[in-house]
Design a protein around this ligand. Structure first.
Ligand code: GRF
Length: 231
């Protein structure tokens, strides 16, 4: 079977604006990703703008509440202070949804919740993430070497854009990588460097990084389609 005939159903998980989701949708609509569909969009936030983007394109879009307890809440009855689903309840609902919508590849596109090892084990090599910093090719290690041979820290976790600015590095970037239980430490699929400009703020730099991400995520998803050829 030629890769043109294969199909790949994406489950896109978001928490916010969804501009990367939009890039995927536009690439699909302009025939850049033949055989690829957005099967489902899930947000852990009811007011995530990405949900509106999905609905505008008639895509199934679901709000799935996710545990986020205030600091100290573990000392108080959780159902009183945060009557939301626990992480494992949310994950098991998410699993059910992903199976129901026959998702082949899960794309974390600004998804702000950690997924457990038990969840990830169910989808080996089938969960990818967009991260606004550069990571070593195999995902591990504390530094990244730029094309010009400069070593910079591998910024992981929250506020990676701010971390790069605070560290005073001249180059940062974005990557798409496989998700493993250790946060932002899975093998890199593709990445691109971005020069930090004089006077950049977290916002201006993040906007430029997102332009790059929109290219990277389309490239990554298109490349992975071949990997997911049914046996
Ligand atoms: C992106 O910058 C991505 O790297 C990070 O979250 C942001 C999501 O942006 N993980 P958007 O919601 O796709 O606009």
């Amino acid at each position: 079977m030629s890769s043109q005939n294969l199909s790949l159903r994406l489950g896109v998980l978001i928490s916010g604006s969804g501009s990367n989701l939009q890039a995927i949708i536009e690439a699909i609509e302009s025939q850049q990703l033949p055989g690829i569909k957005v099967a489902l969009v899930v947000s852990n936030k009811a007011d995530a703008y990405g949900l509106q983007r999905a609905l505008k394109h008639n895509l199934p879009a679901i709000y799935l509440p996710w545990e986020q307890r205030p600091v100290g809440a573990q000392f108080i009855a959780p159902e009183i202070i945060a009557p939301k689903l626990t992480m494992s309840e949310s994950e098991s609902r998410l699993t059910t949804l992903l199976h129901l919508f026959q998702v082949d590849l899960i794309v974390l596109a600004g998804w702000m919740r950690i997924l457990s090892a038990a969840f990830l084990e169910q989808f080996p090599q089938r969960v990818i993430n967009i991260h606004p910093a550069l990571l070593p090719d195999d995902g591990t290690g504390s530094t990244f070497t730029t094309k010009n041979g400069i070593q910079i820290p591998a910024f992981r976790g929250l506020h990676a854009v701010r971390q790069a600015l605070d560290a005073g590095v001249k180059i940062t970037g974005s990557c798409v990588h496989f998700v493993t239980p250790e946060v932002d430490a899975g093998p890199v699929i593709c990445q691109e460097e971005v020069v930090i400009e004089e006077g950049d703020t977290e916002e201006t730099l993040h906007e430029r990084l997102k332009v790059v991400e929109h290219r990277l995520i389309v490239k990554a998803v298109g490349g992975l389609k071949v990997l997911h050829e049914p046996a």
